[in-house]
Design a protein around this ligand. Structure first.
Ligand SMILES: NC(=O)c1ccc[n+]([C@@H]2O[C@H](COP(=O)([O-])OP(=O)(O)OC[C@H]3O[C@@H](n4cnc5c(N)ncnc54)[C@H](O)[C@@H]3O)[C@@H](O)[C@H]2O)c1
Length: 281
């Protein structure tokens, strides 16, 4: 039997992870360390960054405090990254925040914040790093973190759902734009289900969480509680990271860690197909 050894696409390459101070970002960083990568950790939470860095102390890493929704701050990070590592091969646009509620009950300030953090930060990451990935002519990969909420819709989760749907659309467009002309740049969208992280804490989210600013409708409150329980009992981010790296290695676009939610997706898309078929007949 002939065994063909696959080249290791991760070893000694540089990975940038936003939202690296906690949860999924931390899990990805720990996995990247096991792959012997150079790791750039970006987050708004300086203490959490230090903790993540201490967990990967045997690896080369650079921790940068930054609000990724601020293009100027992220550009300044880029200067330090170039100085230390030259370029980024793997870009994980992962930082994100959660907000429940019905669309018309969310004030402009909170809508703007969640769009800036969950969507514009990804745009800024692409603005700053993709051209250089292309110019490098090396195998690179971009992973944008969406959610199952980027594919399916439940009541009273409007801001989170809208931003995560935007991430799926943005990432699929990126994939279509790169796949033929620049096939060395892989693209994936990560759509996790429930993962055991600190996403429901929201202490550094920049959202206005005062009672008067949050939708107090019973459905919003109950669904937030349901989500909180699910997250508490969710997948370990370390297990999630293994799935993510395996999918990147296979150069797959979709990274779904909880395929059981696809049943709901099927119902949702069938509704569209059936309504269209009824119109055509
Ligand atoms: N936990 C889940 O069940 C779940 C499910 C689906 C998708 N996600 C997505 O996974 C991603 C990571 O979230 P998590 O669950 O690990 O939560 P988490 O809160 O544990 O980690 C998110 C990290 O992002 C950082 N962050 C938030 N806003 C930031 C900003 N403006 N600038 C820089 N850093 C910022 C936080 O400080 C935190 O360290 C998010 O995009 C989230 O929407 C999570």
């Amino acid at each position: 039997m002939v065994v063909i050894l696959q080249p290791n696409i991760f070893k000694n390459k540089t990975i940038l992870i936003t939202g690296a101070a906690s949860g999924i970002g931390r899990g990805l960083a720990i996995h990247a360390a096991s792959e012997k990568m150079n790791i750039i950790l970006i987050d708004i939470d300086e203490e959490g960054l230090k903790e993540t860095q201490s967990l990967i102390h045997n690896s080369s890493s650079l921790a940068l405090k930054c609000d990724v929704s601020n293009f100027k701050e992220l550009s300044q990070c880029k200067e330090q990254i170039i100085e230390q590592y030259g370029r980024v091969h793997f870009l994980f646009n992962n930082a994100g925040i959660f907000l429940e509620g019905r669309s018309w009950k969310i004030n402009n300030q909170n809508w703007k914040r969640i769009i800036d953090v969950n969507v514009m930060s990804i745009v800024y990451g692409l603005n700053l790093f993709v051209d250089e990935m292309i110019a490098s002519n090396e195998r690179c990969h971009i992973v944008n973190t969406s959610s199952m909420a980027g594919l399916i819709v439940g009541p009273a989760f409007s801001p989170y759902t809208a931003t995560k749907h935007a991430v799926v659309g943005l990432t699929r467009s990126l994939y279509e734009d790169l796949k033929n002309e620049y096939p060395k740049i892989g693209v994936s969208v990560l759509c996790p289900g429930l993962v055991k992280t600190n996403i429901m804490k929201r202490d550094k989210s920049g959202l206005n969480l005062d009672n008067f600013a949050i939708d107090q409708h019973e459905t919003a409150t109950l669904n937030k509680e349901w989500l909180g329980e699910g997250v508490k009992n969710g997948m370990d981010p370390i297990d999630l990271a293994k799935i993510v790296f395996d999918k990147i290695n296979k150069n797959e676009f979709w990274i779904l860690t909880h395929p059981e939610f696809l049943e709901v997706y099927k119902e949702y898309s069938n509704e569209l197909i059936l309504s269209e078929t009824a119109t055509l007949n």
